[in-house]
Design a protein around this ligand. Structure first.
Ligand code: HSE
Length: 302
């Protein structure tokens, strides 16, 4: 039996559009084993929106992997225990891709290295900001070219907590990307480049007071705000309750606040969110600095 545990991820972190991402302490767990033939998928939380046929993203990734190594896909049973909410900007698709690659790698005894899986995952997803931290943990900064992806992983300090505000509505990445302009001004490009660099370096040096500016964005958040009721108000409130930085998680609609005082922030934020039209759930998480883990017959392999 193969067991894979994959963290949720928050992409962009404000200015790092399609490049920066961070793993969070929220996980999907998948069990996989070979069966005589066919495909059996059991969804343990009963989430009816997850496909249990060939359209299942974990299974599609397994097929992609087997195709690439020129082998026939064996009969497979998958058991999914999902905690990462779907279509909420917390990397649930990336988690499926990472789980699929790890399962196929172990099942086919291909022994591709983690580094090779990082490259494959970035190619499948098309941008590395969810898959790289999901595989490696921490905060990662990635840049792709035609051949491969170069990245740096930064360990996120344990003193940082992340208030993750998840609404009761979904937003598809496709729709959230359609809202973006085809061109941006030089001013906005400079605004983001400076903040993305400040965010990465501040996380390395521990200059957390920079985060208020370092998490600002002009490339995607302003265009996506109209798709997320009360986004600007919630981010402003979070700042007034002491958040060190705030941003839209991935393509949204989940919002994140970087905080230090967990108890006070949570109380004030929940009280405010309860006044809004939509229901918002607040989860207090930290960064996962280890990334996806794989067990084969209960023995930890990575
Ligand atoms: N960087 C991506 C976006 C993350 O913001 O569209 C979602 O896949």
């Amino acid at each position: 039996m193969i067991k894979v545990k994959v963290p949720a991820t928050t992409a962009n972190m404000g200015p790092g559009f399609d490049s920066i991402g961070m793993a969070l302490t929220m996980y999907n767990i998948v069990y996989a084993e070979k069966i005589d033939k066919g495909l059996e998928i059991i969804i343990q939380d009963g989430n009816a929106s997850i496909p249990t046929d060939e359209n299942n993203l974990i299974y599609k990734t397994i097929c992609y992997f087997y195709d690439n190594i020129d082998q026939k896909v064996p009969g497979i049973r998958l058991i999914q225990q999902d905690s990462i909410p779907h279509t909420r900007g917390l990397g649930s698709s990336a988690a499926c891709i990472v789980a699929g690659l790890h399962i196929a790698n172990a099942m086919s005894q291909s022994f591709f290295s983690k580094e090779e899986l990082v490259q494959m995952a970035a190619q499948i997803e098309g941008h590395p900001d969810n898959t790289t931290p999901a595989l490696l943990g921490g905060m990662t900064i990635g840049a792709m070219n035609e051949k491969d992806m170069k990245y740096v992983k930064i360990k996120v300090p344990d003193t940082l907590h992340f208030a993750v505000m998840i609404p009761d509505f979904t937003l598809s990445t496709e729709l959230a990307r359609e809202a973006l302009p085809k061109k941006v001004s030089l001013q906005d490009a400079v605004f983001n480049a400076s903040r993305a660099a400040l965010l990465a370096t501040s996380m390395m040096t521990g200059d957390m007071d920079n985060l208020a500016i370092a998490t600002e964005d002009r490339l995607h958040q302003p265009y996506r705000a109209s798709l997320i009721p009360n986004m600007e108000n919630i981010l402003e409130k979070a700042k007034s309750y002491g958040a060190k930085g705030t941003f839209l998680s991935g393509a949204g609609p989940t919002l994140l606040a970087v905080i230090k005082n967990v108890v006070d922030f949570r109380r004030e934020m929940v009280t405010y969110l309860d006044t809004l039209e939509h229901k918002w759930q607040v989860q207090m998480l930290q960064a996962d600095n280890e990334g996806a883990k794989v067990w084969i017959n209960e023995e930890l392999r990575y």
